[in-house]
Design a binder for this molecule. Structure first.
Ligand code: CA
Length: 219
């Protein structure tokens, strides 16, 4: 899963980025509104964290633009404390949820998980396909109840597939959702990850669809 974090406070944005990456997300950071608007419009994100008070272009204007342009990525806004009017303006501009500052990072993370789940049509934090289970809150993966150890990249890939069961997903799409923009991307590595994941889970549920990509299906 890949996130855009638009926050101009350098300390807060660094802290959030580290925490999100440690929690298994690929993260792109924008320190100004113009850059954030551009990235949200052109890159593939599973969710966006948007501070409303950004330099160059403010959060509400960015949000309105995105929604007008058809960008339907879930957006969590960071609002000033005690400003009910900012929350209302943000939600009316197309935000899906908000967190007032100051916040506990765990709360931001829990809300992001919920937004990503809901956007994928999943209501439970525990995703299951066949005997394979992935808990998006604890990041634990099990097969028939037995824990499976995955690397960070393997986890990102499997998590994206588990959020979109039955969907045929191209290698390009997987690449876009597991790497941040600074990463030297190579879609051939996706094949390597899939092979390793198949070996680790020992279940025949990741199908190769020739020329199109992969599909996670329960038999
Ligand atoms: Ca700010």
């Amino acid at each position: 899963m890949r996130l855009l974090l638009a926050e101009d406070d350098p300390d807060l944005s660094r802290q959030l980025k580290n925490f999100l990456e440690d929690s298994g997300y690929a993260v792109d950071v924008s320190l100004n509104g113009e850059d954030a608007h551009f990235l949200g419009e052109t890159e593939a994100y599973d969710a966006i964290i948007l501070d409303l008070g950004l330099p160059v272009m403010d959060g509400i204007s960015i949000l309105k633009q995105w929604r007008k342009e058809g960008v339907d990525t879930p957006v969590l806004i960071l609002t000033a404390r005690d400003s009910w009017s900012e929350k209302v303006a943000g939600l009316d501009a197309g935000a899906d949820d908000y967190v007032p500052k100051p916040f506990q990072i765990e709360e931001v993370l829990a809300r992001i998980r919920a937004l990503i789940r809901r956007a994928a049509g999943q209501s439970s934090a525990e995703l299951s396909v066949g005997g394979l289970t992935l808990n998006s809150a604890s990041s634990k993966v099990t097969v028939d109840g037995n824990p499976i150890k995955l690397t960070a990249q393997e986890y990102k890939l499997l998590s994206y597939m588990m959020h979109h069961p039955n969907k045929v997903i191209s290698r390009t799409e997987l690449t876009e959702h597991i790497y941040d923009q600074d990463f030297d991307r190579d879609s051939n590595t996706i094949e390597v990850f899939v092979t390793r994941i198949r070996k680790k889970i020992g279940l025949d549920i990741i199908k190769t669809i020739r020329g199109l990509g992969y599909q996670l299906v329960a038999d």
